[in-house]
Ligand binder design. Structure first.
Ligand SMILES: [Mg+2]
Length: 316
């Protein structure tokens, strides 16, 4: 009998090419996959910390999973005591709990194209693939003039989001935010300044989205857009409660999950009644590792009728 038990496994994923953001360059990520059994029902979840976000890391997660000794009740008690310190693990357990619904999820969702190195060539490639929303990574090295010129000549039905990953100073941020206000085609500038930077008070919030600054819901007061990473948000019931009390301006985004975390995150995003294009153009970034199975492109969908136990066994 495995009821009330959990197992976990650690997987390492290597990027095909170093992944460059305003927060640094990364060559690999580690994830912990969890399988639970509760009342005879199997659940899966994924712990997927992401660089530059204040959450637990993989070693801390493994430590608590070892400490709780495979007993789900022990683990939940430990997490209650360590309140708000393990958002990734709490998200993963939320996924396990709802896996019955999550594994059935097969709806379509519009996806924004991710351009980590924006240039005329990379941007137009995404547009030709059919993406109607594009998200660029920007940094102090990105030429505002070049981006201005590309956006001004882009088809008028394409929307842009620009993500600085906290890499700009206040002066640079103001220039980018002013630019965002000058064009209806720009949704927002995402996380221009570092987390908790005082400069945010001087920026017009309506086109400034917070991403790295947002982990646990309810801890942040921000009238502008918010980027939610379902894998980092902590307990999903609490998140859903928070979401009910916000009008809109909530955008969902991936942290390069395996198929397990992706399926769960897409399910959570799709519950949102007001769902702008999601930031899940993260497939095909890793070397072939047998952990991606969803379809990529401007329209993505859940993976129904998939043998999740078989995936688990192959990596166990
Ligand atoms: Mg971001």
């Amino acid at each position: 009998m495995n009821d009330g038990k959990y197992e976990f496994l650690r997987v390492r994923r290597e990027f095909r090419h170093p992944f460059v953001t305003g927060a640094g360059t990364f060559t690999e990520v580690e994830r912990v996959l969890i399988k639970t059994e509760e009342n005879g029902v199997i659940g899966f979840g994924e712990v997927a910390p992401w660089l530059n976000f204040k959450t637990e890391n993989i070693s801390q997660c493994i430590e608590i999973l070892n400490t709780a000794g495979g007993d789900l009740e022990n683990l939940k008690n430990l997490l209650r005591k360590l309140e708000n310190q393990f958002p990734c693990l709490e998200s993963a357990l939320s996924s396990c709990q709802r896996w019955n619904e999550i594994q059935e999820f097969n709806q379509e969702i519009e996806c924004a194209g991710l351009v980590s190195n924006p240039s005329e060539e990379t941007i137009y490639k995404k547009i030709s693939e059919g993406f109607k929303t594009l998200k660029f990574k920007i940094s102090p090295a990105t030429s505002l003039l070049e981006i201005k010129s590309i956006i001004s000549t882009a088809p008028k039905d394409v929307i842009f989001r620009l993500d600085a990953n906290g890499s700009l100073n206040l002066e640079e941020s103001k220039l980018w935010v002013n630019f965002a206000f000058s064009s209806d085609q720009i949704d927002f500038i995402e996380q221009p300044l570092p987390v908790n930077d005082e400069g945010y008070r001087q920026l017009d919030v309506f086109k400034v989205a917070l991403d790295e600054s947002f982990t646990y819901p309810g801890k942040l007061r921000w009238a502008g857009p918010i980027v939610v990473k379902p894998s980092l948000v902590g307990d999903w019931m609490e998140f859903i409660g928070w979401r009910h009390n916000r009008y809109d301006g909530v955008y969902y985004s991936s942290v390069f999950e395996t198929a397990i975390g992706r399926q769960a995150a897409l399910w959570l995003a799709h519950r949102d009644e007001h769902l702008p294009a999601v930031g899940f153009d993260t497939l095909n970034y890793f070397k072939e590792d047998g952990l991606d199975f969803h379809q990529s492109g401007p329209i993505i969908k859940g993976l129904a009728n998939f043998d999740w136990m078989d995936l688990w066994r192959k990596h166990k």
